[in-house]
Design a protein around this ligand. Sequence first.
Ligand code: 6PG
Length: 475
Amino acid sequence: AKANIGVVGMAVMGSNLARNLASREGNTVAIYNRSPEKTHEVAKNHPEANFVASDTIDEFVASLAKPRTAIIMVQAGAGTDAVIEQLKERFEPGDIIVDGGNANFHDTIAREAKIAPTGIHFVGAGISGGEEGALKGPSIMPGGTPESYETLGPILASIAAVAEGEACVTHVGTDGAGHFVKMIHNGIEYADMELIGEAYDLLRNVAGHSPAAISDIFKTWNEGPLNSYLIEITIDILKHVDAETGKPFVDIVTDQAGSKGTGVWTVQTALDLGVPVGGVAEAVFGRAVSSKRNQRDAVRALDIPRPAAPSVDDSFVDDVAKALYASKIVAYAQGFDAIIAGAEKYGWNIDKGAVAKIWRGGCIIRAQFLNVLADAYETNPNLATLLEAPYFAQAIRDGQDAWRRVVVTATQAGVPVPGFATALSYFDSLNVDRLPAALVQGQRDFFGAHTYKRVDKPGVFHTLWSGDRSEVQTD
Ligand code: 6PG
């Protein structure tokens, strides 16, 4: 029998996705890898999957039923381009090439534009959930044409995670929309991880709790509004003890965080779109600072005394939970602002409620919270900011005092909280009557005649700063 779906690339993500596909009723899965040994190994280790294994790309293409549909799961970049080329040469109009990697959405737009004239559909699909998600049910964010989704949608729905009875997949928008939204997902993932890290650091280095005790604290948090996959895995990580030394695992890991680029892309994109995503930016920078070992050593060597941690009582733990929640709301608000701005710029019709819904299961940022977020956008798709939705507004109202106490205490204690602090400053920026941007406008006008607007009448103005300082209207 011919396969209704194929997977190219048999590294962990590819083989897990292929196994997931094969485990669902109605799917026959063709598999192919550049080195055939890998393909054979996967087929041999998983006889239950009944894979159609191919040694060559020609065999692979021949094993697919029409419209041929193949998901590429190889290293993003040159590897992906090479496979796309091979498939493009062999596929026919109506066939579908899916890139399931973490591609940059600009590349996806360019690839789609290049392939579209051949009549072959090219779909960039964000897939989240790591190795386990790929195997058991990821959250899937496909872009591409609506026609391609008619074939692809049911196949993806068969393997996606299910949240509240709904498959975690939706047609996000055309061309690069899927990879764009996956990138924002990863940006939010960075922000959330940074915030959880800061919460841990405060509980450890201000409140003086052990990793195991913090694990227990997070366990109680996980039963409330902070419930999420990232909190869940943090509970396990903090409990974990290194077998070799008997020390908490978290104490034997080098404190220099790596990254593969999607967080950086989110910030770069947000800069282009003019959308503040301070939460993601501080998370990216936080990882960067952590990795600058030489600079950290140089400053430590100065022996500038660190402040003594102020003493805190039990209420501090609850304060940190509230600060974490408020900051997390800000991170999502900023992420969705970026989605709205991206959709506008690139001409995508993105349903924000649907995006929130497919993030409820399978993906790394999955959380109870996303139900409320989906409701917020379903009730009012035109929210000026997520913070305006009644539930989130209330959470900020309830949390703001605690949030401020935490940022103050952290500052006094010399514990860095770039994530909490930027989120709070962002909220304050939105919540004050007048911003010092007025002064910046004055400075711009002073040195560069960049003009300004007045609060009291329409028009564009310039002050003759190097002349008699009279004002002229320039429009
Ligand atoms: C996911 C993850 C996944 C991957 C990131 C990690 O949604 O399944 O986001 O895509 O784990 O690429 O990124 P960093 O290595 O940059 O932290």
